[in-house]
Design a protein around this ligand. Structure first.
Ligand code: 2M8
Length: 443
């Protein structure tokens, strides 16, 4: 029998995990498997840290944005020195040697991840309201200094990742979605054919985890590594990448996050007395429309393969994207929430907890243990809770919040969970899981 922690114990132990993974001005995503800073992990971590200290939470975003590229891109990994081996490491990306935009003071990757950062910044400012006057003033001043960097990140995404203005973000690699080996990308990956002479590098992930059945396969990994090679050959140049890469997909979930992030950044701008509100709300409307344009009769959204213009209708939790971006009419929103509670998702009778699996158990691609192909992921629960709240679905948000917190009372803070047995999987302790636990426990 697993001993269940109280809400206060969850918060206490989660805070302990974040302190243990703190390297001063950044929190590593996980001590062994991911010993560096990851972009969207950092945003979730900041949300958790804000429950301990708004000031320290802001430091997390400051560290990430200090590694922003000259063209506004925020890299998906900021490497920390003296960390255990992680492949692909800085040499493989060769960012500084390859792109004029890469910063010279930080080693980074050359990909992006979903833009959750403005959602985090808004929550940091909300947390700061409960702090003493000096911290409140300090956080507001630093947030004001950071805000232009978020604005330039959003401009990069709107201009370079949606060059034709359809309201959907183009990604160059499954890693850019954060849902690396999700069935969402099976079809586009079928067209990625590595050069026969290409020699892939070490599977540091398997060395760190020692559990092959929970990670992407070798066949997947060769393609992941090959795409980095293609991107490097394109000199991380968006104009070239848009034309040449063998993986170019519109990511509907990241697009929905981006719609919400623009609204939140506009709100932060308002609160801090900064401009650009119209521009940001314009992006929000464009991406809301883009997401809605992919939905079916239930309001369930789809990705698009931009090389073939094929719509990718897989049953993954990315389909619930419109809850985050908004704009569904009341009928379709009802149907989408009903779908979320149906046996295809949280209402599946075999689930240990009524939480959305990353892939529907009814989908042929569903796998109980393998990474993004079935397991439940705490930060995704939080995103859906936020989406339901944004959509005015407060009862559904409360139900999800309660189940999400209960799952984490096992005190393991695992990267992901087997949906039928509640068995913790992947790396542990994983920082963003601890951060989500802290946020949920704070209520
Ligand atoms: C996973 O991705 C990295 C590559 O970026 C990996 O597998 O090595 C994903 O779960 C991603 O969403 C997450 O940000 C990252 C760090 O937690 O790990």
């Amino acid at each position: 029998m697993v001993r269940r922690l109280s809400r206060a114990e969850v918060a206490e132990q989660a805070a302990e995990v974040l302190r243990g993974n703190d390297r001063g001005s950044l929190t590593v995503a996980a001590p062994r498997l991911y010993p560096h800073m990851w972009s969207w992990d950092a945003a979730f971590i900041a949300v958790g840290l804000a429950r301990m200290s708004a000031s320290r939470a802001l430091t997390e975003l400051e560290t990430l944005f200090a590694a922003q590229w000259g063209n506004g891109m925020v890299p998906h990994i900021v490497f920390s020195a003296n960390a255990p081996l992680y492949e692909p490491g800085p040499d493989r990306w060769a960012a500084q040697e390859t792109s004029p935009y890469a910063p010279d003071h930080a080693a980074t990757s050359g990909l992006i991840q979903p833009p959750v950062h403005a959602l985090a910044l808004l929550r940091i400012l909300q947390a700061a309201r409960g702090a003493g006057a000096a911290e409140r003033r300090d956080v507001a001043a630093r947030a004001r200094a950071l805000w232009p960097r978020l604005l330039s990140w959003h401009r990069y995404l709107a201009e370079q990742r949606d060059a034709d203005g359809r309201g959907l973000l183009m990604i160059y690699h499954g890693w850019e979605s954060g849902m690396d080996n999700s069935p969402r990308w099976d079809e586009p990956y079928a067209d990625v054919v590595p050069d026969p002479g290409f020699r892939p590098f070490r599977r540091s992930d398997l060395e760190a985890l020692g559990e092959q059945s929970q990670r992407p396969t070798d066949a997947d990994y060769v393609k992941y590594q090959w795409l980095i090679e293609e991107l490097r050959q394109a000199r991380y140049d968006d104009e070239l990448a848009r034309k040449s890469l063998s993986f170019r997909v519109a990511d509907v979930f990241a697009s929905a996050i981006f719609a919400a992030a623009n609204e939140d950044l506009a709100r932060v701008g308002d609160e801090l007395g900064l401009g650009a509100g119209d521009e940001l709300l314009g992006y929000a409307a464009r991406f809301r429309r883009g997401v809605l344009g992919t939905t079916d009769e239930n309001g369930f959204a789809a990705d698009v393969d931009l090389r073939s213009d094929r719509t990718l209708r897989t049953k993954t939790l990315a389909g619930f994207a419109p809850l985050l971006s908004g704009g569904l009419d009341a009928d379709r929103r009802r149907r989408l929430v009903d779908l979320l509670h149906s046996p295809a998702w949280c209402g599946n009778p075999d689930l240990a907890y009524p939480l959305p699996p990353s892939t529907s158990p009814e989908a042929p691609e569903f796998d109980v243990a393998r990474y993004w192909r079935g397991p439940q992921w705490p930060p995704m629960n939080l995103l859906l809770i936020w989406g339901l709240e944004r959509s005015g679905e407060h009862d559904a948000a409360d139900r999800l919040r309660e189940a999400a917190l209960y799952q984490l009372t096992d005190g393991v803070f695992a990267e992901y969970y087997q949906p039928f047995t509640a068995h913790p999987l992947g790396s542990r302790p994983q920082s963003w899981t601890a951060a989500v636990a802290l946020d949920l426990a704070a209520g």
